[in-house]
Design a protein. Sequence first.
Length: 82
Amino acid sequence: DCLATNPSLQKLFICGNKFNDDDAEVIADALKTNTNLWKLDLKDNEIGRRGCNALFKAIFDHDSLNSAASSNHTCDIFVSRY
């Protein structure tokens, strides 16, 4: 919930927390409205393909022009897929 409120946080390192695909989807939903975070490091978690897809879609959704325009283009995400 905190990430979705667009706090002034610019970098977030949450490596090695055993986050899974469900956790990644929650983070991805929050990223859709956050424009201040520009670096998110999720390495060494248990995030698989589904979670990675959700995260990357949050920063660039190419399904339509409207969704691409409203994606969070400011954030770089680092993930090592599980």
